[in-house]
Design a binder for this molecule. Sequence first.
Ligand SMILES: [Zn+2]
Length: 212
Amino acid sequence: MKTLYELLNVNTNADNKDIKRAFHQLAKQYHPDLSSENSMFLKILDAYKTLIDDKKRKLYNTAQLCEQAKRSPALPNNRVSFAVSLQDLIDLRCFYRKTNGRKSGHFRPKGYDVCVHLTRSELENGSYVKIDIPAHVICPSCGGDRVHCSLCSHRGHILKAVTVPVPIPRNLEDGDMFYLPVRKLRQKEYAYFMIENLYIKIKILQEHIHGF
Ligand SMILES: [Zn+2]
């Protein structure tokens, strides 16, 4: 399947001017009045509407990256190190609730620091890592009904680690950092992530050193 960029015949870093120009050109070619390929016109129109809208474009790019990531090999779990462990994050949340006296509402730290260790060839070939992110998910016992549920203590949701595939951009260097707006990721199952952004630091491994 073609990407929206391929449909409009533009680069992934095309600006709004390029996108408009490409759309007008293709729209002339495939306009329903002039062409029998009505479905093609609708596809182009849809691609244009998504890419010209900054928010929609970012969402689309993130979704694309995740799709690509699933097709490349995942790095072993021991390549990921966390600045704060999952348990620490949960403890921190309890601490936050105590000090703020809040019984309800969600504690969402702005960021979650992660370090990914990989070799240069793994980086250049395109890799992804699976990262566990704490999230509130619908209680598997009561299905969110809350009634007489001991598993979730009538909350309707439980705290659980949800694994998210994170693609590593190929153009990074040792020590570079990038972030993933986790809250924008759509999951199949309902999940309310405890963090907003995942900050990922890149550490390049020397290929001649074994042990990883
Ligand atoms: Zn429950």
